[in-house]
Design a protein around this ligand. Structure first.
Ligand code: ZN
Length: 333
């Protein structure tokens, strides 16, 4: 058993309280490898933004849980080396699907876990979430729960259809589970194909797909039920067209990939939404940069020469999100 406090990490409690008060959101960036982590930490340190490092079950399987934990610990030290005196870094399990997985993360130095029992019947979701909360809170680890179902595919999490969170359930759920934050479904979606062309309209000028707007009326109703309670948005990548175009230009094939427009996320960040999850955008930036190098320099075989540019592009992306979308820059001096 190792406590996240020994690793220099923080849980989400204070981060979220400040974010709601200040009208901004904390970035939650997924990571699987060193280059992603370097880019996240550099962007956060340079902008002095609190940050949540997210590890999915798939990332744990891919990279090894022990290695990821020490990488997060290393990230704190790296942030200090970059001149960030008091780094506000949280290590969070994304989409935990069992008590055992959540417990293992708590025991391994995570400062926050998500238990996603949203696919279970309501009462079972409550029972499992409460079990995780009861365990995690003994160690001052914060817990994110989920109500409602997001469409899309992300690692092991996938659903063909979405069900909006029911505002009439949120008070009962939050009270009975004791969760610290709540992931809701208001029309965001996992992956790079958040909407089918049929769900979208087409911009007559560019021919590009325009996704349907988020259900801000549902968000408003939830905030009315749970004033000041931290709300989380999953599946909130914007799928920047420049990256999709780069990928397609250099031999990739991502037709009609579409995400959540940034102005909608900006609006959400000003509300009780205090954690916004971004994974696909970083994957797209990484892939776009690597494809460009391979297309332009087919003789290149030093991974640093293509992972390096990928890292730079991700760093640029993270800074853009922090400064221009979430507004979390300068909030962790
Ligand atoms: Zn998610």
């Amino acid at each position: 058993m190792v406590s996240y406090k020994e690793l220099g990490l923080v849980n989400t409690r204070e981060m979220f309280a400040k974010a709601i008060k200040g009208g901004y959101a904390i970035p939650a960036f997924n990571f699987n490898n060193m280059e992603q982590l370097q880019a996240i930490i550099k962007a956060s340190a340079e902008t002095k933004s609190p940050v949540i490092l997210q590890v999915s079950k798939g990332a744990r399987n891919y990279a090894n849980q022990t290695l990821l934990r020490y990488m997060a610990q290393g990230a704190v030290e790296y942030a200090k080396e970059l001149g960030w005196e008091h780094p506000q870094i949280c290590l969070h399990l994304d989409h935990g699907d069992s008590f055992e997985l959540c417990k293992s993360c708590v025991d391994f130095g995570f400062s926050s876990v998500m238990i996603d029992a949203s696919s279970l019947p309501y009462e079972e979701n409550i029972a499992l979430t409460k079990k995780v909360v009861d365990y995690a809170h003994q160690y001052d680890v914060t817990v994110e729960a989920e109500l409602g179902v997001l469409a899309g595919v992300e690692d092991e999490v996938s659903s063909a259809v979405s069900h909006y969170t029911k505002p009439e359930e949120v008070v009962d759920f939050a009270t009975r589970t004791g969760c610290d934050s709540l992931a809701i479904s208001i029309g965001t979606s996992h992956g790079a194909y958040k909407f089918t062309p049929e769900q979208c309209t087409r911009d007559p000028k560019t021919g590009k797909l325009v996704p349907p707007p988020l259900a801000f009326d549902v968000l408003d109703a939830i905030m009315e039920q749970l004033p000041g309670f931290p709300i989380v948005l999953h599946g909130s990548s914007s799928v920047p067209q420049e990256y999709v175009d780069m990928i397609n230009q250099y031999g990739g094939k991502l037709p009609d990939a579409v995400g959540i427009p940034e102005e909608q996320l900006r609006k959400a960040a000003k509300s009780a939404v205090c954690k916004i999850n971004i994974d696909s955008d970083s994957r797209l930036a990484f892939t776009a940069a690597v494809r460009k190098v391979f297309a332009e320099k087919p003789g290149e075989f030093d991974p640093r020469k293509y992972c390096g540019p990928a890292r730079d592009l991700m760093e640029e992306l993270y800074k853009h999100k922090i400064i221009n979308v979430l507004g979390s820059d300068g909030k962790a001096e």
